[in-house]
Design a protein around this ligand. Structure first.
Ligand SMILES: *Cc1c(COP(=O)(O)O)cnc(C)c1O
Length: 342
């Protein structure tokens, strides 16, 4: 798969580490006989504290610059990592940045919140519109673009999570980076566990695996939807990425697998299994997970292990997608000081 004909900005100088997690593997299966857990440290991507959105933005921002945009416009939840990393890219490129924020939990937007919201203000977001859950975000972003156009400026709209075909190329690049690392480090991975939200990560990685003949099954852990709603999104994203690349492949239905049950009671609302996962990785490997995404995704990996989903000795790769700043919004929950639903 040839990515070189797409303009790309580089926000990370080197490959992110691919590492074995010996202590976590032991903590997960104290009697032995469980899977070996590996990690891909995409929490160490650029635009610090980086995450999966950094990879998508390399292609999206390059496109914005090619089109002569002066402002990036995007949308997300009040603690959106995607909004914060888009803003960081804008600052680095000398662009302005505006957000449309969807208040998914009523009253969830707090003007003086810490975490990503604090960083929105510190990095200097130009304007931020807050709308109630279920609002038409595409329309609201277009309205921002029209307002800018009326002032002789030029906005570039990036969809939620940066998940369109172009953004998905970031995870095709990740697939190619992994392929190189598997080869250089002599590692044979049997399965990849990845978060599945707006689906650019899951869908882009799947497209990259299919197009590069990497025959490793991917299981997506839903962060906001159960499989019947999530899998069609991933399928559509993976196919759109292959089509954009001109790869004559149809995504096989059975290649799209997601798991539900770990994101409840609601997107971004903490649960007890998330806290267990965050504590387990922090206390075995000193690696931080976030409460909204990667904590629930790792809870999925732990749950699948306990159900016997993985074969003994199988090498399972956990894709760490970032999210660090929101840890500070939920400090008391993560220390187990607040009772939470399972
Ligand atoms: C956005 C995000 C995800 C979900 O990725 P999608 O590409 O939207 O499916 C997972 N983890 C973190 C930390 C994120 O910020």
């Amino acid at each position: 798969m040839d990515l070189s004909r797409f303009p790309r900005r580089r926000y990370t100088p080197l490959a992110t580490p691919l590492e074995f997690l010996p202590n976590f593997t032991r903590a997960l299966s104290p009697q032995g006989g469980g899977p070996n857990i590996w990690i891909k440290r995409d929490d160490m991507l650029g635009l610090y504290p980086g995450g999966n959105k950094t990879r998508k933005l390399e292609f999206l921002v390059a496109d914005a610059l090619a089109q002569g945009a002066d402002t990036l416009i995007t949308c997300g939840a009040p603690q959106s990592n995607h909004c914060r990393i888009t803003l960081a890219a804008a600052v680095k490129e000398g662009l302005k940045c505006r957000f449309v924020i969807e208040e998914r939990v009523p009253g969830g937007f707090n003007e003086s919140a810490s975490g990503n919201h604090f960083l929105f203000r510190l990095f200097g977001v130009e304007a931020l519109t807050v709308l109630p859950a279920g609002s038409n975000m595409g329309q609201a972003m277009q309205q921002v673009a029209d307002e800018l156009a009326a002032q002789g400026r030029k906005g570039y709209i990036i969809p939620g999570g940066g998940s369109n075909a172009l953004g998905g190329l970031g995870y095709v690049a990740c697939a190619q980076e992994l392929q190189q690392q598997f080869f250089e480090q002599g590692v044979q991975i049997d399965r990849v566990v990845v978060g599945s939200g707006s689906s650019g990560t899951h869908g882009g990685l799947l497209a990259g695996f299919l197009g590069n003949n990497i025959n490793i099954p991917i299981v997506g852990i839903g962060v906001s939807r159960d499989p019947q709603d999530q899998e069609p999104l991933v399928y559509k994203e993976a196919q759109a990425v292959l089509d954009l690349l001109g790869v004559a492949l149809t995504v096989p239905r059975e290649a799209v697998l997601s798991v539900g049950g770990y994101w409840q009671p609601k997107y971004s609302v903490p649960n007890a299994r998330m806290v267990e996962a965050v504590q387990m990785l922090a206390r075995s490997e000193a690696i931080l997970l976030d409460p909204v995404y990667t904590g629930k995704i790792m809870a999925g990996l732990i749950g699948l292990t306990r159900q016997g989903f993985f074969k003994p000795g199988e090498n399972v790769l956990f894709l760490h997608t970032g999210g660090l700043p929101s840890i500070h919004v939920y400090e008391r929950e993560l220390l187990g000081l607040i009772e939470l639903p399972a």
